[in-house]
Ligand binder design. Sequence first.
Ligand code: PA5
Length: 438
Amino acid sequence: LRQSIEQAMGNTMGGAGIPRTAIEAALSVTETELQRLRDEEASGKLALLALPDETGDFEAIEKTARALRDGASDVVFLGTGGSSLGGQTLAQLADYMVPGLGRLADGPRIHFFDNLDPATFGRGLEALPLATTRFVAISKSGSTGETLMQTMAVMRALSDAGLKIGEHVFGLSEPRKENTRNALRDLLEPEGAPFLEHHTGIGGRYSALTNVGLLPAAVMGLDIAAIRRGAASVYAPIRAGELPARDIPVANGAALMTAAALEGKAVCVTMAYADRLERFTRWWVQLWAESLGKDGKGSQPVAAIGPVDQHSQLQLYLAGPNDKIFTVITTDCAGKGPKIDAALAEKAGEPGFAGKTIGDLVAAQGRATADTLAHNHRPTRTIHVDRLDEEHLGALMMHFMLETILTGYALGIDPFDQPAVEEGKVLAKQYLVEGAGA
Ligand code: PA5
């Protein structure tokens, strides 16, 4: 990953950018927070930091992935929030949901049922050939209402079709804890459903590099070792402790985001120039919002995809309120895709398009968006992904996880809990039971 925050730092004309002094101040706070990360790794408090170097769980993940794929026409992942978005992000790298592709040549169709809408869930379930479909119910707590509802609906459908639940459903949840119910295990274990264990020390939205994200990735045929290797490369310079914060890309990023928050930038936009990063942007929105929106602090994350959102959001970004900071993600798309015929380019009055590819245009647009934002005094950084593959996606995800954690630490926010959403969960259950949902 190459990161350029020069635009954001240099662009202080008219007070619209982030002043260099603010970034310098944030960098020195981040320096301290890097030591905190090292201490937390050493004490085992932050399991996420040791995870990228682990390989001990690969065999179980690959074995389950093979069991899911073998003879299956469809594999459905049930779960929501952090129990789904990381898997979706990784699976999208292997063309999941890319228009016109959608299914691996020699593998099953992959589905993620993460939202709960009676129309889509009901229709989706009805359309599945149950006899050749496998389901994976993922819930760290084992108590999330949406996932339990989905699982129970699937169990009913399998029973009605005369199929054995234990042969079609896999579970992924934390080990049982004393005095705490795990409803997912209570439902599935008596049916003989096999379980993988959710890492106890890693919360939902940080779980993409555990079996929660790597199992869907392995089912899609991705190289899970390369994903972890990429992630490890982001933490390695922090662990080594030899470089100052200003020479570590993720520390730079965190300092920029911290300074932006302190300078009153209320909106944080990530615009990726690749369809295969669409789920990544949604995964990041959850990571940022749920981790940092606390105690009246935090900024609004917005996901955008280029070039399509140039025709939707860019006008506001360039000429609306200057309350945002932008991350433009570009990839190795130059030279890729269909090539434009010289005669047609001539006919269209665009001779300069001759011999250029679709990817050339996307690359040019990503660069143009970043530069236009900067010229309009909007603080902007570009992150360039040299190759959109497992290793680089693993690195990108680790970069954004560490950037979120470091920004939270610097702003005095605990990035790991989500107390505010609990009230709604309790109320929804109460209304459901009372029949007051209508
Ligand atoms: O990041 C989080 O902690 C949440 O988004 C959870 O992942 C989400 O609420 C699902 O929780 P669970 O995995 O316990 O079903």
